[in-house]
Design a protein around this ligand. Sequence first.
Ligand code: HEA
Ligand code: HEM
Ligand SMILES: [Cu+2]
Length: 659
Amino acid sequence: MLDKIKQFASEFFVTGDPLILGAQVSIGLTMVAIVFVLTYFKKWGWLWREWLTSVDHKRIGIMYIICAILMLFRGGVDALLMRLQLAVPNAEFLHAEHYNQIFTTHGVIMILFMAMPLMFGLFNIVVPLQIGARDVAYPFLNSLSFWMFFWGAMLFNVSFIIGGSPDAGWLAYPPLSGLQFSPGVGQNFYIWGIQISGIGSLATGINFIVTILKMRAPGMKLMKMPMFTWSVFSSCVIIIFAFPILTVTLALLFLDRFVGAHFFTLDGGGNPMMYINLIWMWGHPEVYIVVLPAFGIFSEIVATFSKKKLFGYKSMVFAMFSISVMSFFTWAHHFFTMGSGADVNAFFALTTMAIAIPTGVKIFNWLFTMYRGRLSFPTPMLWTIAFIPCFVVGGMTGVLLSVAPADFQFHNSYFLIAHFHQVLIGGVAFGYFAGLYYWWPKMFGFQLNEHLGKWAFWLWNIGFYVCFMPQYILGLMGMTRRMYTYDFDMGWGPLNMVSTIGGFLMGIGFIFQVWQIAYSIKQNRRDTTGDPWDGRTLEWSIPSPAPVYNFAVVPQAGKLDDWWETKQQRANGNNPSDTVKPKYEPIHMPKNSGIPFIMSAFWFFAGFGFVWDWMWLTIPALVGVAICMLVRSFTYDTDYYIPVDEIERTERTLREAKV
Ligand code: HEA
Ligand code: HEM
Ligand SMILES: [Cu+2]
């Protein structure tokens, strides 16, 4: 009996590696510290009422962003561990198996649990404010989406301590990810962590499409929408078509592992190539899901800090939607070497190359917006300007990869690694950083310290090139991806050392960002204007941070860059709305609810049960999910009205704070 328990404990808890042990101890201590602080300051009730049950899009957005920053930290530590291992030939810092786990968790976390939530955080905070709405179309669903993401990410992360991390790469190709070659539970954590959070992502996609179509302020025609909102719309269109593919693919993989189905095994009539097609039918659109909103952010920032209308508005919208559609027709460029045949490869090579056209249109639009603008260079603009050359080079190397015959050489080499980090860091990460810096005062009501921000900016930028440029050369020298070490004779040592130094510069850049946030909280430079950047769109017309109901009176927005136009009219002394005293009406708002949190937690336990094949846990947890749904169906008291005197009071305090 004792032996059995011992054996179970050794399978259940990940042990043995001092590195992992150290991390486990620090995670444990952090948890204890958090519980202690919350209890000591009696903050549990506050946490539950104000945050965990909140359906306010602004708060949900902030929670997404906090999670994303934590995940950026974990993904970043993973990255630096790998870079340490690769810095010198024949290093013995990480074992092969440990290295496999680290690149797998790094890839999954960076894309699904860092980029996606950072993106959703910005969607949540900005879109309703930009279109003059009081919340998203389905606030309850919005909260459910967040908690499904959160608990899914938790389930994935818990594999680090319990059971062992997945190690079959970020897209888990079978047969490696099948039961035969990955008998442990790590791959189950992968499937269920992504599955649960993926449902949240799909729901967010639907929610924002409806929000953008149905909740715009009166007068705001589609072609008068701010460009960020357009980018969110185009990204969500991809989400609603791509995420169901992911869900189905992972469900099939799960059936293969769980009940011995043979969808992706060669024996029994299946075929692993089917998985590879399916996962890329999601995986390729996924990279455009994350990059399109970054394009939207750059568009807003370029216009604001050039003090000009965005150049080529219509062509921008058209380019974005062409990318949305085309992103579904290029997936096979990820496996030119699989043997689909020359015709298939040629087709996919051409469709891939074609995406360079709309992307190029956008690049030139940004450049023309800056041309003859009155430029200023605060941090959001710095990230935007740094993005352009970085993304152009990263995109161009993508076009090189899309040349199918050449890809037989580049495929799975460090050339590929350099390409995708260049578009993911130079495009996605820089874009979201720019967005965070830009909208930070709107989110929190105070401004970030620019001086520290510039340090972070330069460290990230220089670090990026130092880290990834050598990798193009390493790729051409024959270094393949996912290798945990290499021999001295290969001659890859010096360039790898340079690359590692660059990685650490970015790490220091991240530390500067955290310092910047902490310092700015202490410094507390309030944004009393609500419009610190002299912005153009509606979110800058209300105080920072926005009151719960966003707009005391629903704005009229007939023009592109409506807020800018209003300010121009005001400067000329002829804005009619200024002379009219605003007439408030009671505001209809959604009520907070604990169901999304609880229901998603039940999903977590159901997933955990599936991971270990513990039906005694899964079945009650699924019953819990069903009960939550029932309770919600019979809850009629889901909304309330904010009375006029309360609105008046809030607006008065906000106005007084302004002076
Ligand atoms: C945000 C993420 C992102 C973005 C935007 C892109 C954009 C592009 N990607 Fe990339 N890609 C990835 C993320 C991304 N990719 C990832 C993660 C992988 C690997 C995954 C893995 O295997 O694990 C990958 C892999 C990958 C491959 C597979 C290679 C292989 O496995 O062997 C290919 C091949 O065609 C490719 C091509 C392209 C192309 C053509 C673009 C184009 O969209 C680029 C278009 C942009 C430009 C070209 C620059 C600007 C344009 C101009 C200035 C106009 C003038 C230019 C011309 C006319 C050329 N990518
Ligand atoms: C600090 C910057 C970063 C560094 C130093 C870094 C480093 C690395 C390294 C060393 C690998 C493994 C290469 C291999 O052995 O094959 C890797 C893989 C990967 N990285 Fe990063 N990375 C960084 C940031 C990011 C970001 C921001 C993203 C996404 C938004 C990302 C996405 C990925 C993906 C998808 C993989 C592939 C994983 C796999 O092969 O399964 N990385 N990265
Ligand atoms: Cu692709």
